[in-house]
Each structure stands twice: as structure tokens, then as C-alpha cells.
Design a protein around this ligand. Sequence first.
Ligand code: WT7
Length: 651
Amino acid sequence: MLDNPENIYKPSAEFIQNAHVGPDKYKEMYTVSVEDPETFWGEHGKRLDWIEPYTKVKNTCFDFGKVSIKWFEDGVLNVAANCVDRHLATRGDQTAIIFEPDDPNAEAQHITYKELHEKVCRMANVLLSQGVMRGDRVVIYLPMIPEAAYAMLACARIGAVHSIVFAGFSPDALANRINDCGAKLVITADTAPRGGRVTALKSNTDAALLHCSDKVRCLVVKHTGDQTTWIDGRDVDVKALMETAAPDCPPRPMGAEDPLFILYTSGSTGKPKGVVHTSGGYLVYAAMTQEYTFDYHDGDVFWCSADVGWVTGHSYIVYGPLANGATTLMFEGVPTYPDAGRFWAVCEKHKVNQFYTAPTAIRALMGQGPEWVEKYDLSSLKLLGTVGEPINPEAWNWYNELVGKGKLPIVDTWWQTETGGHMITPIPGAVPAKPGSATLPFFGVKPVILDAEKGTEIEGNPAEGVLAIADSWPGQMRTVWGDHERFEATYFQQYKGYYFSGDGCRRDEDGYFWITGRVDDVINVSGHRMGTAEVESALVAHADVAEAAVVGFPHDIKGQGIYCYVTLMNGIEPTDELKKDLEKWVRTEIGPIAKPDHIQWAPGLPKTRSGKIMRRILRKIAENDYGALGDTSTLADPSVVDDLIENRMNK
Ligand code: WT7
């Protein structure tokens, strides 16, 4: 710290020398990008191969009631052809995907662009043979195996719309998503090893399909060869069909605004929303951010450790890197298996150049001691990145010193499922880092800080309020699947004329953005986004539960933990056994990621006279911060609060 009193980290001269964007160029490019988006994006849209070039670049409207977002709207392209076919002539024998299996002793696979092309074509032909047509939805419920990428690209190739459901979600969550998007088929695997444990994906899918139309087909990737049940006529062995399918399948010309995928994400109310991303703008944005934010160069090995079940995996394992002709690493396992050195062992083994992970993973590894990092040769690394939540200074310093040896730029990237790609992030050769800040906007992004109550822009620095975006960018979500009204109500109603992010934010004297966390009822648990309402509705679905209120609380490793206040039905005994039972219940209703960290019995919940639960108070109690409870005089029964505090302390 002493030699860096301001805590500002500049890129090295060597990094700057090789960087796509050096210190002077960022400002210049940024200014053009926001002052003349038509010209800027008209130019950068050319990074893709278009079957019919676009003549119209931007056609967007943020007015509530008339929200409409279109980019490159008259252009025609195929996303899979951009991610695969166009690289064949120049880099057909280059590795497109490195697959590192869960078991460190199993052999890694190196899939070349030529091989990727063949696999994607064969998978596309299998989908066609199953009657999947342009615009049909395909749900993908797969672990981190190459077939997940083949399936995504096969859908894109024939114009089907994929919706990936994270393999950690429960059968119920899977069924809801299959039904909401009206999927024609689901692609799954027999079982999935992860961290040495096995998830029974096929049997989860069987359970889900009990709640879906009996027309939904089930394509099974026999990954481990484990025994599963098999329903003839419904279940299909994908690998067997791929072997006999034709190795070529023409890419279907698609409109830039045709949907590419739907990805479900949690909001503050109701069931998860199907975020819709389209083909042209999304791919331009994913590819461009992958190149500039990570300063990716031809020949680099890029590793994003996220899961393809989240948007990070969509944009930075599959679409962004492959559109750029990169070598992208796909890791089936977890950071701590077989030991806490796995990430670094994989970096050494595959000579990774850029590594991108989540603060929660860093915090989990920090506690295991420096020796797990020090024993590996990490000299191939040129840049580190983080995503998912604000990174705390301890984690930042550990990442910087132990992994980066104090020499590598660290990019802290703020973005969302809704934004398709990075929104606020340092451009590493140009923008010095301040630990904990996502720094400055990406090209074409106009972030503003709004007064939360008035909705007016706060000009000048420093500033604090809620984070909104003043104009559209190509990677922006276009709608909520089947519910455009909900799209407008969620993002454009509260602050007219802006896209509202749901995050609080501070802007410092230098104009750097510091995300302070969600201002709504969304929580971020180990980088997984969850609506507290979802956990509440799972709890109240239990026969013994009368009422439940769920809030986030600070958790050393997960960032936020799940704290549940539960009121039992009259006559039900609050026992430890019931607590365990409720934990298990939530796990099976939503999935293991939603398991409560703490359940507190609440004979009553703090409510206003109109019956609204005052979550502010519940959050404070969960945080152990009773001094700051604020005004409780509007409560119908203020004594409820004392009771909750007492029980919290007795815990
Ligand atoms: C929410 C979006 C898109 C990637 C993964 C999460 C939080 C994300 C950061 C960051 C502070 C961050 C925000 C955002 N978030 N990145 N670098 N610094 N907070 O996507 O599941 O859609 O969640 O994650 O609160 O709103 P997501």
C-alpha cells in the first residue's frame, strides 16, 4: 500500500505496448461511440460476416409504453457460421475448444474448428431430424461438456432458439422453464460428474417432463455411460444419431433481430423472466467486448470459469470467443477439486493467457493458503478478470499478488444477463484499476447515476444513487419472452427514458463507477442471482409454513447468504428437524444454490398497517445491525421486532 498511496494500479509499459487500446485511444474511441453511435456501431458491426449487409444500424426507443430495440435490423447472418464456418479457411486446424474434464486424470480434449464444424453440423442435422424448425425452442440442460457448445451452435445454425437451464436447477425449475418457453425438446445428459460428485441429470429431466406436454422429446448425451431409465419414442441417444447424421448442414440465413436465445433470470417479483437476446447485435457485442475488455489477441488461450448455464458462459465461453476465432477453455469441474490448486493447475497445463472468474471463487480459495497457487507456473497469464459482484479489497489483493504476481491488469466487469456483455469495465491497456471499482463504461455505453426518488440525473462528481443507462447498446435484451409489458415495467417504468439496472452505484471524483449492490429484492449468492420472492414462495409451498420472508445477509465466501424468517402454521412445533426439512425442501423446489443459510422462526413478521412486510428491518436484523433499524413506528405491532432480535441473539 505504502508505495501506492492512492491505490491506483496502472498497466505495465509492456502491456500497453501490445494492447489494442492504449491510454490515449480510450477517450477518443469512447467519445465517438456515444456521440455518433450510428457511425461507431456501423463500423464495428462489420466484424461479423453478413449474408446481407445491414443498411440501418440503430433503431431504438426507451419511451415507456413504446420500448423497442433493434440493431442492424435489415442485416442477415448466421451466428453459427460466424462462430465456426468463417474460421475454417484460416484456422481450421487451430483448437477452438479445450475441454478439461472434472477428473484431473482424464484426458483433456482439443477440438479444432474443423472438428467443431463437423460436430455442430451433425447435431444440427439430428435436431432437424427430430422436427425442430426455425423459431422452435430447445431447452438445454447439460453440464459443462463440449456437447453444450455443439447444442447451442446447432440451434443457431438452424434458427432454433435455445434456452439453457443451469444443471444445478431442480426438476421443478426445469419444468417451469420448458413450459414457459414452450420448448419442443430438451437436451440433457445421463449424469454429470462435478467435484467428484454426480448429478443425475436424466432422472431430473424425467421428473420435470412429468409436468410438461407429452410431445416434448428428450435428447440424451451419454456422457458417463451411467445407467438411466429410457422411454422409447421419447428418449433419443444423441451421440448415436450424430454418428450417422450427415457431417454438413447449411447455416440458415437469419435476420439480425431473430431471437438467438432465451435465458431465465430472477427479478424482484414473480417467477423468473425469460430474457431474450437476438442474433446480430448480441454477437457483435459479445465478440467486441471479449476482444477489448480482455485484450484478447490471436493465438491466446482464453478461460472463463463460469458455467454455460449463466449469461457469462454464453457470452465468454461460447459466442464471444468463438466469433473471434479464439481458443476457449471449458472446464467441467469446480475450483476445489481434487484440491484448491485446480484452477492454477489448469492454467499451467493449458498455458492460459486470460483468466476470468468470480470473487466468490477467489474468496473460497484464499482461505486455503498461498501454497496452492505458488506451486504452479502461471507465467502464461497476461490478464485477470472478475464478474458477478463487487470484489472486496482482500480478495482483489490476493488475486493481484498471488495469481497476478503484482504485474497483471485486473478487469472488474459490471454487467447483467440483460446487457448481453460488459457495460462498465476497465479497458486494460488504457484505464488504471482501483480495487473494487468497475471503473469506466465500455464503448457505446452511457451510464448515469439517478436520484432514486426523483429519477433525475445527478451530474458532477462525486455522486451516489441508482445506476441506469441512458441509451441502447447492441447487446441489450430485447424483451421478456412472451411478456413485453413485463419487460417495460421492469426496466423502463420507474425511471422514464432510461434502462434501470436495479443496482445502486457511486461515482467518485475521477468519474469511476463503484457498484454498491442491488436496490431491489434480488440477492447475489455465490454469484448466482436469485429473487428473494422465489425462495419465499418455495417455503410457503411447504405444508407447515404459514408465511415466510427472505433477505440477503453478508456472507464471507458467498458474498450474500440466504436468511429466512419463517412463521409456522398454528400448532406446528418449531424443531431443528423441521429446519433441516425446510432446507431440503427449498433445495428440491429450486435447486442446491438456493439452500437457506439460516432459518429463524418468526412468530410474527414486521408489517405496516396495510400489511406490507418491512424488509428493511428484516435485513438489518439479519445483518446483526440493530442500531440502524430506523423508524418502526409505522408498524402494526412494533413488539414483533423485539421478539425477532431476541431470537436472533439467542441463536
Ligand atoms: C447483477 C447481475 C453478468 C454477469 C454475471 C451476473 C451484479 C455483476 C458485477 C461487478 C458489482 C456486479 C450486479 C448485477 N454484478 N457484475 N463486476 N461488480 N456487481 O449476471 O446474474 O444477471 O446478475 O450482478 O448486482 O445487477 P446476473
